[in-house]
Design a protein around this ligand. Structure first.
Ligand code: FES
Ligand SMILES: [Fe+2]
Length: 367
C-alpha cells in the first residue's frame, strides 16, 4: 500500500464544508413518490426488499394482486419480513409465522398467544402505487402522499401509448453523481461508440423553484444503430431540453423522444436508478414508414439489449469510479466546467436542508 493515499472519513451533511461535500452527503426528500421496482418483479405471492436511505422496506403483492409496502422488520424479534413468504394477502414472517396485512397490521400468529391480545401490534406501512409498469412508494409522511403529485407521463397511457423501454441499475454511487451524469452532455467522449448525443452546446440554463432546466444544441440519436430508426422528417433532433425536476430527471427531444430517470437512494452511496425511454417517431429502417406496434415492441427489446443497457452501463462504471475517488479523498476539489453542475448541487443541498429543518406541518402547508 502506498503511504501517499489519503483516506480521511467522508464528511456527513453536518460536517461538510464545501457544496460538493454537502451534495454527496445529502439524501433525497422522502416526501415524494419513488420508483422502487418494475411491477413485473413483484407478481402475486411475491415479496422483495428495497431500501430508502437505509430504511429497509418489504414490498409484496397478495394473491388478490394488491400491493403492500411495510417496514421490513417483524414486530416480534425484528427479523426481516422479506425473508418470509406471502400467504393469501398477508406477508408471513419466516421465524414464528406472524402474518401482516398490507397496512402493516398483525393479522394472525402461527402459535398460541399466551392469552395476550395481538390487536394493537403493527409495523409501519407506506403508501404504494403501480403506474407506468413501476411500483412507487412514498417513504415520507403518509398523510402527504395524496397531496404530492407523481410524475405524469400521458404518452404512456391511453389506447395508443408510445413505444417504450425501461431499464434499471443499482450503482454504488451517490444519487447526485447520477444527476450530474445524465444531464451533463460533456461526457459524449465516454459514449463515442454509441454517439447518443454529439457536439452538445449548452444554450440555456435556468433554475426556478425545484427545477433546473437546461437545453443543448446537439445531434441526438446519430449512432450507427439509432439513426435508422428515428423518423427525421417528424422529429427535430438538433436540440434537447432537460430538467432536473427534483427528485426526478427528464429529457425531451422535439416532443418525440423523451425519457425519465427516477432515482431511489438506497443509502448515501448506493442508488437504484430507473430509466424510462419512450419514442413517438420510430420508423421502419430503409422503408421510412412508421413501424407497426408488434414490430416496435421487438425493436424496443433489441434496443434495450444492444444499445440502451450497454450505453448506461458505461455511465454506471464512471459514477461508481467517481464515488470511489470521492471516498478515497473527499477533501480534494475537482475542476468543473459545466455551470449546470453547480445548479444541480445547489438544488440537492437546498432541498435536503429544507427537509431536515421542516416539521411535518410546514411541509403539509407547502405542498
Ligand atoms: S421474528 Fe417474526 S414472527 Fe418472530
Ligand atoms: Fe451517459
Amino acid at each position: 500500500m502506498s503511504g501517499s493515499i489519503i483516506n480521511r472519513a467522508v464528511p456527513d451533511f453536518e460536517q461538510a464544508r464545501t457544496r460538493r461535500q454537502m451534495t454527496r452527503a445529502a439524501g433525497l426528500d422522502p416526501n415524494h413518490w419513488y420508483a422502487v421496482a418494475h411491477a413485473s418483479r413483484v407478481r402475486p405471492g411475491k415479496v422483495m426488499e428495497t431500501r430508502f436511505l437505509d430504511r429497509s422496506i418489504a414490498v409484496f403483492r397478495g394473491a388478490d394482486g394488491v400491493l403492500g409496502a411495510i417496514e421490513n422488520r417483524c414486530a416480534h424479534r425484528h427479523v426481516k419480513l422479506s425473508l418470509g413468504e406471502v400467504k393469501g394477502c398477508n406477508l408471513v414472517c419466516a421465524y414464528h409465522g406472524w402474518a401482516y396485512n398490507t397496512s402493516g397490521r398483525l393479522a394472525s400468529v402461527a402459535h398460541e398467544t399466551f392469552g395476550k391480545s395481538i390487536e394493537r401490534i403493527r409495523v409501519a406501512s407506506f403508501p404504494v402505487r403501480e403506474r407506468y409498469g413501476l411500483i412507487w412508494l412514498f417513504p415520507g409522511d403518509p398523510t402527504l402522499a395524496d397531496l404530492v403529485p407523481m410524475p405524469e407521463i400521458p404518452e404512456l397511457e391511453g389506447p395508443a401509448p408510445w413505444a417504450s423501454v425501461a431499464v434499471d441499475f443499482v450503482w454504488a454511487a451517490h444519487h447526485s453523481l447520477i444527476i450530474e451524469n445524465v444531464s451533463d452532455f460533456s461526457h459524449a467522449h465516454l459514449h463515442r461508440k454509441y454517439r447518443p448525443f454529439n457536439d452538445a452546446k449548452l444554450t440555456d440554463l435556468e433554475t426556478s423553484g425545484t427545477q433546473v432546466r437546461l437545453s443543448y444544441d446537439v445531434l441526438v440519436g446519430d449512432g450507427r444503430f439509432s439513426r435508422h430508426f428515428v423518423d427525421r422528417s417528424r422529429v427535430k433532433v438538433d436540440r434537447m431540453d432537460l430538467c432536473f425536476d427534483y427528485p426526478y430527471q427528464w429529457s425531451d427531444t422535439g416532443g418525440r423522444i423523451k425519457h425519465w430517470c427516477f432515482l431511489l437512494p438506497l443509502d448515501v452511496r448506493t442508488t437504484h436508478a430507473f430509466f424510462l425511454f419512450y419514442f413517438d417517431a420510430v420508423q421502419v429502417p430503409l422503408l421510412r414508414r412508421p413501424m407497426p406496434r408488434g414490430l416496435q415492441r421487438q425493436l424496443m427489446r433489441a434496443a434495450r439489449r444492444l444499445l440502451i443497457r450497454p450505453l448506461l452501463a458505461q455511465d454506471g462504471r464512471m459514477v461508481e469510479a467517481e464515488q470511489q475517488a470521492y471516498e478515497r479523498d473527499p477533501h480534494v476539489a475537482g475542476y468543473e466546467l459545466n455551470p449546470a453542475v453547480a445548479e444541480f448541487q445547489k438544488l440537492i443541498v437546498r432541498q435536503w436542508r429544507r427537509h431536515l429543518a421542516a416539521p411535518a406541518d410546514a411541509v403539509r402547508e407547502a405542498v
